[in-house]
Design a protein around this ligand. Structure first.
Ligand code: AVI
Length: 374
């Protein structure tokens, strides 16, 4: 290959690609169930992202004061079921959030890095889709780090509306964004974005663009993901757009490495659930008697995280005793991976039509722009 050809091939393979523009799908209605159970619903409350980490708890690193009793109830219910489980939102106390931050920087954990690169490369094209005078509404905004990549290019945006459960995260993000983008109106809403949210009426006549990066949508079962997307559509109204990140199906070895890294950070993140129970709920889990496991469920296209009991044992949690067989598992997280078409089908069930999707050169991650059906 000539030098010039080599250079050109290298450029192509490092290109971030626009997959396709998709013709409008037929209108579909969604009459599906809301979250599959209260427990499942809980697992996504405020489960957005904060640039790099989801804001299941305060982005200031302080746990929600009500979380103790909530955690206690959820843990006891989860350990009492035949298939033991702990809702994934409890992964994110201060220690868990710090570990998740670390995960996002690991060489094996490609999603954060790859989505950021897609947004960086496509920011101009994304901005070109957003008309002057539009309003950007971010679900689970946390520290709004990735948002800044878009705001840099959206010069004529009317307002930015970050939605988050954490007042501290909103205040911090507002201060930072106001300093960097002094002409932009920032109107934070402190709310649980799993519920439809009232957008300030003054914005109702403006084009609304939702933003939900991080592939947090993948932590929901498809039925709950559809319910959340439908709720976002109701929040944003007809003709709105949604810019959303979704992790893609890929080589299983690569997926497993991302959820079971060589340094054991993901293992520590998972085991922190038990450490948290010991700290907050007077439990006596022996951390060296459980191990982290990440498996890929090919049929459902998802990573499942578990904590596996290494021997037969009893554990006390808040005055109750739980028995574990050797090898018994506690389910702690789903992380669904999508094909682009599969994600479009899911979005279609929630009343969203695909407009454009970008991926990286290795086809690891996707960023979609969806349009609400009227
Ligand atoms: C927050 N969420 C998108 C992460 C994921 O990849 O599913 C959580 C995570 N769990 C283990 N590593 C990262």
């Amino acid at each position: 290959m000539s030098e010039a050809n080599k250079k050109s091939a290298a450029r192509r393979s490092s290109d971030f690609s626009r997959e396709r523009r998709v013709p409008s799908l037929p209108e579909q209605s969604f009459f599906g169930a809301w979250f599959t159970s209260d427990r499942e619903r809980d697992s996504i409350r405020n489960g957005g992202h904060s640039g790099s980490r989801p804001t299941f708890c305060s982005s200031s690193g302080r746990a929600d004061p009500a979380a103790g009793s909530d955690f206690s109830e959820a843990l006891i219910a989860g350990l009492s079921a035949p298939q033991k489980s702990i809702p994934s939102r409890f992964l994110y106390d201060a220690a868990g959030s710090a570990l998740f931050e670390k995960i996002t920087t690991l060489p094996e954990y490609y999603p954060t890095r790859t989505e950021t690169e897609i947004l960086r490369h496509q920011a101009e094209e994304i901005a070109a889709i957003v008309p002057d005078g539009a309003v950007l509404v971010e679900f689970g905004s946390g520290s709004s780090t990735k948002t800044e990549l878009l705001l840099e290019r959206m010069e004529n945006l009317h307002a930015y509306v970050p939605i988050d459960i954490s007042a501290t995260a909103l205040q911090d993000a507002k201060a930072r964004i106001a300093e960097r983008f002094p002409a932009l109106r920032v109107m934070p809403i402190e709310a649980d974005f799993a519920q439809p949210i009232a957008i300030p009426p003054e914005f109702s006549t403006r084009p609304l663009f939702g933003f939900f990066p991080g592939s947090t949508i993948g932590n929901l079962r498809p039925v709950d993901a559809v319910a959340l997307l439908a709720s976002m559509r109701r929040t944003l109204g007809p003709d709105a757009h949604l810019i959303i990140g979704a992790d893609l199906k890929k080589n299983v070895r690569r997926l497993l490495a991302a959820y079971d890294d060589a340094d054991g950070v993901t293992a520590a993140f998972n085991l922190n659930l038990l450490a948290r129970a010991n700290r907050e709920l007077d439990a006596n889990f022996k951390l060296d008697q459980f191990k982290h496991s990440a498996t890929y469920d090919m049929r459902n296209g998802r990573i499942d995280m578990h904590l596996v009991s290494l021997r037969e044992q009893w554990v006390d949690v808040g005055g109750r005793r739980f028995h574990f067989d050797a090898g018994e598992q506690i389910h702690t997280e789903h992380s669904h991976k999508y094909e682009i078409d599969g994600f479009h089908t899911l979005a279609g069930e929630a009343g969203w039509r695909p407009q454009v999707v970008w991926t990286d050169a290795e086809h690891l991650f996707s960023v979609h722009v969806l349009v609400a059906d009227a």
